[in-house]
Write a protein that binds this ligand. Structure first.
Ligand code: MG
Length: 166
């Protein structure tokens, strides 16, 4: 069960500041796209997110997009974000996480995985020994398999003392 335990649970990515990262010894972040950086499926620019990412980068934090979205969708956002990353990452498979960590040229212990899903983002991050941050999804997703996953997430997180109602 501990592979499903996030190290931190937060409401929004902007709670991740250079100080937050310094306290945890983190110098790089792997970032989920859908419902973490932007609302699920959205192509609209999100100014507070863009500003947040650029402030972290100015503070020397290395960012990498690790998304299961299509290559085309990831490429659209990578062009806007201005840092590296991949789509179709196959999370929670550790392969793409390991490659991403290598790209950041940091030890896994200094890299965080930030995402809104326990069974992909957090599980894969924990399998690779990363610091995992679960963030509340930006919008609720009506897809049946996502709703089922959310119910399970809620049950797991309750065991860890988190009242999780995304
Ligand atoms: Mg997501």
């Amino acid at each position: 069960m501990s592979l499903l335990r996030p190290d931190d649970v937060i409401d929004h990515i902007t709670q991740i500041t250079p100080e937050f990262l310094e306290v945890r010894g983190l110098r790089g972040l792997l970032l989920d796209l859908d419902n973490t950086l932007v609302p699920y499926g959205s192509y609209d620019e999100v100014h507070d997110m863009m500003r947040w990412a650029s402030e972290l980068r100015q503070a020397g934090i290395r960012l990498y997009l690790l998304s299961n979205a299509t290559g085309r969708r990831a490429a659209f956002w990578l062009d806007k974000l201005g840092f590296a990353g991949v789509g179709m990452a196959g999370k929670p498979s550790p392969r793409a996480y390991r490659r991403a960590v290598a790209e950041l040229q940091l030890p896994p212990t200094e890299v965080g995985m930030v995402g809104d899903q326990l069974f992909t983002d957090v599980l894969g991050g924990n399998l690779c020994g990363l610091h995992t941050v679960l963030v509340r999804p930006l919008i609720s997703n009506a897809l049946p398999h996502t709703r089922a996953a959310r119910t399970l997430e809620r049950a797991v997180l309750r065991r860890y003392g988190h009242d999780w109602n995304p």
